[in-house]
Design a protein around this ligand. Structure first.
Ligand code: CAA
Length: 295
């Protein structure tokens, strides 16, 4: 299948990776060539890990990398696509504009999927002339590792399109789960209030960063504590999702913790900016609590 992936950030490069590994031809699209070059280098590095662990052969890796091309123009990048997966920043106006452009440039019959983590599929679909062919395909980070794809049906998404995306997800080794279209869907409706509550618990001085994460890691067998996970997802992304939940349900229980708002305003975005609840100058393996939270 010819698949175009829009956005070469951490989700976009992971999505391009798993489709190329699954035998599909991928066009990775971003406005900046340097972001595309960086994404290709990340994909190669992540495939190297799989080769080192015996999950992929060097030949398969080379073949998969050979199936990925890049484009800086959206119209040329989607013109032969059978599926487009949008993985741009979590900003509704940006996504609506991108979907209008994809709709104008992609051939008839092409399925338009979004990797949005919380924005209404129905709203995105309404920006196109093919709402029946618009669907949510929500991958989890790190995409090559996490098995889940949350498949979200918008109000108009057809059964045929849903079945094709469920089948495609299975064919690339993922486990798709079909859900309906409400703010945050299932994943972030449950995950983000937990992360927000962890930040609120820190804000109120009930526990420190390491203590909160240790309680959840050792007490609830989470692979990462909620504050480390927030850094990993990106604090700006967490804030954007909480705002969608808060606005979508009009319920104050989703109001983002003031500490989260302040950290994003200060540019402390987690792993991607080098500091959030932890610092990442020495890589993300050895967790060092950020100076602002050190005791
Ligand atoms: N590409 C390929 N392989 C990768 C990888 C990547 N980007 N990142 C990690 N791996 C592989 C490693 O090579 C390793 O492979 P083996 O099991 O074969 O040895 C395996 O994944 C585990 O990695 P590590 O040993 O380096 O590290 P770890 O054991 O600490 O696990 C983790 C890392 C998988 C990220 C784990 O900490 C984890 O599961 N964290 C929680 C992740 C999570 O909750 N993700 C969902 C976030 S929410 C989201 O994405 C959606 C949203 O809308 C916000």
């Amino acid at each position: 299948m010819n698949i175009s992936v829009i956005g070469a950030g951490q989700m976009g490069n992971g999505i391009a990776h798993v489709f190329a590994q699954g035998g599909h031809t991928v066009t990775l699209i971003d406005i900046a060539q340097d972001r595309l070059d960086k994404a290709l280098a990340t994909i190669a590095r992540n495939m190297d890990r799989q080769v080192a662990k015996g999950g992929l052969t060097e030949d398969h890796k080379q073949a998969a990398l050979g199936r990925i091309t890049t484009a800086t123009e959206l119209s040329s990048g989607v013109k032969n696509a059978e599926l487009v997966v949008e993985a741009a920043t979590e900003n509704v106006d940006l996504k609506l504009k991108i979907f209008q452009d994809i709709d104008a440039g992609a051939p008839a019959g092409c399925i338009l999927a979004t990797n949005t983590s919380s924005i209404s599929i129905t709203r995105i679909a309404a920006a196109t002339r093919r709402p029946g062919e618009v669907i949510g395909m929500h991958f989890m980070n790190p995409v090559p590792v996490m098995k889940l794809v949350e498949v979200i049906r918008g109000y108009s998404t057809t059964d045929v399109v849903t079945a094709r995306i469920m089948d495609l997800s299975r064919a690339i080794g993922k486990v798709p789960v079909e859900v309906n279209d409400q703010a945050g869907f299932v994943s972030n409706r449950i995950l983000m209030p937990m992360i927000n509550e962890a930040i609120e618990t820190l804000f109120q001085g009930i526990g420190g960063v390491a203590e909160i994460d240790t309680v959840m890691k050792l007490g609830m067998a989470h692979p990462m504590g909620p504050l480390q996970l927030a850094d990993f997802i990106g604090l700006d992304t967490c804030l954007a999702i909480l705002r969608v939940l808060h606005e979508g349900f009009g319920n104050p229980k989703y109001a983002p913790c003031p500490l989260l708002v302040q950290m994003v305003t200060a540019g402390k975005l987690g792993v991607k900016s080098g500091e959030g609840f932890y610092t990442y100058s020495g890589g993300s393996k050895d967790l060092v609590v950020a100076p602002a939270f050190a005791k």
